[in-house]
Ligand binder design. Structure first.
Ligand code: FES
Length: 116
């Protein structure tokens, strides 16, 4: 059986779009790492929920259809993220499902490494 793939697009603050093919079951952080996306400082803590550099902003409709809500740890970390919005999540906590095909997320202009 072929691996299931979904399309995910990262929109950078300058409007540049990075389109990727991602595996179902990967997190958005995995997608950035596996595709070698050039997003400075992204995912500094490697998904251990201690940095908030993997902050992404989702469209409202996508935010609402994510299978999992943010846990307390993610919320705490998001509070420290630069440019927090109502539809912000941490990329390392979003696991791709088939339903999320075509997902488009924005990467904020500045990232704040909560560890520093
Ligand atoms: Fe650090 Fe997501 S990669 S919190």
């Amino acid at each position: 059986l072929k691996e299931e793939k979904v399309k995910v697009t990262f929109v950078l603050y300058d409007g540049k779009k990075l389109e990727t093919e991602a595996k179902v079951g990967d997190t958005l952080l995995d997608v950035v790492v596996n595709n070698d996306l050039n997003i400075e400082g992204y995912g500094a803590c490697e998904g251990t929920l201690t940095c908030s550099t993997c902050h992404v902003v989702l469209k409202k409709e996508d935010y609402d259809r994510l299978p999992e809500e943010a846990c307390d740890e993610e919320r705490d970390m998001l509070d420290l993220a630069y440019g927090l919005t109502d539809t912000s999540r941490l990329g390392c906590q979003i696991t791709l499902t088939k339903d999320l095909d075509g997902l488009e997320v924005k990467v904020p202009e500045t990232i704040n490494d909560a560890r520093s």
